[in-house]
Design a protein around this ligand. Sequence first.
Ligand SMILES: Nc1nc2c(c(=O)[nH]1)N[C@H]1C(S)=C(S)[C@@H](COP(=O)(O)OP(=O)(O)OC[C@H]3O[C@@H](n4cnc5c(N)ncnc54)[C@H](O)[C@@H]3O)O[C@H]1N2
Ligand code: MOO
Length: 404
Amino acid sequence: MKVMIELEEAKELVLTRIQPVETESVSLSDAYGRVLAQNVTSPMAMPPFARSPLDGYAYRAAAFDSQPLLLNIVSEIPAGTFSEREIVIGEAAKIFTGAPIPPGANCVVRLEDTESVGDEVTILRPVLSGSNIIPKGEEIKEGDLLLEQGFYLTPPAIGLLAAVGLDQVNVYRRPRVGLLSTGTELMDVGQPLHPSKIYNSNSYTLRGMLQEAGCEVLVIPIVADQIDKTLMALRRVADADVVISTGGASVGDYDVMRHALTQFECEMLFWKLNLKPGTPASVGQKGKQFFFSLSGNPAAAMVTFELLVRPALRKLAGRSTIEDERFLVKMAQGFGKTGKQRRFLRAQAVFKDGEIWADPALAQGSGILRSMIGSHLLVDVPANHGSVEPGELLMASWIADWEH
Ligand SMILES: Nc1nc2c(c(=O)[nH]1)N[C@H]1C(S)=C(S)[C@@H](COP(=O)(O)OP(=O)(O)OC[C@H]3O[C@@H](n4cnc5c(N)ncnc54)[C@H](O)[C@@H]3O)O[C@H]1N2
Ligand code: MOO
């Protein structure tokens, strides 16, 4: 087993092995937040007919139309209806936004540029042939590739599928993730705290992150720091695609996770990442199942989830975008406590003069969950970097939406 490897190597090890889950067909109303398992080509043109973008009059413009132009109103076409009555020179159809252009008409003039009395309309500002007509298929041609396999179905993507009449769509099933919080010191919320114990927060933090990532989550109640108890817990999540545990990851006598995974016949891909926070993470594989053992420290667990587990879950979920692009940020404050190890600083994103600046949280300790609140960025400080200076440019990635 490799020990103390770089994040990039760890991701490579996991991402080359983990494969997308199976697919299923869901109705469009259940498809939001799912991942497309097929390329979608359009079965129809959109709009399916040439239509009017305005309320006004459709008529047949000719090269030498008089100004103003007097026309006979021969039909009326509200949206949702059509008229087969051909419009010839000298005639007009009263037409409404979204209605099909009648045969013979080659333009639409807006209502405000007309005056009508009885069956006649005066076009005060005649328009040229072709004006104000939305052609059939302006947005989508029949057979157009609309969305590709691996696309995460956002609201406009779902809307687009509806616009071309699709009611079922093939998606990847939701990844199933088992969550284990290990630690003899842990108690669940809802009961008075015993001496030397703390409440289990990781199960709640990670459950939320997994739900946001579109996973089905099975949370196993607190597991004591004992190999036999850990093995029992691992057996309970046998049908999970991925198992994430927190705690018991380091070198202490009661840090049993790695040993339990080995006894569980996992192939251990590595132990320890050359970064902070979250150094003692390890990953194991047993058949198709992947096991991520993360630090029990609440902030460290979140950070390694972002850096290592999230890309793996995206690959598992069938997504084509495994990792988001990183970008440069300017540091709003310095940070002195860097060391030999690469460090990921959690930071608030602040806008200054149209640029994104990163304001690092004051408390960067691995156990300090509170500093994740209001932190939107992970700033990558290379190994042996020395102090981070205010105004310095460093690479960063998003961890949370603005509102959080
Ligand atoms: N001698 C050494 N000791 C430690 C090393 C080392 O290299 N040599 N590494 C340190 C680092 S770095 C980290 S990170 C931690 C990781 O330890 P574990 O992953 O084994 O985690 P635990 O010891 O089980 O827990 C750490 C900390 O977090 C609390 N915790 C655990 N689970 C939860 C939970 N579900 N909810 C809330 N809080 C939790 C736990 O009580 C501990 O305080 O090891 C260092 N030690
Ligand atoms: O790597 Mo540990 O997460 O610093 O505390």
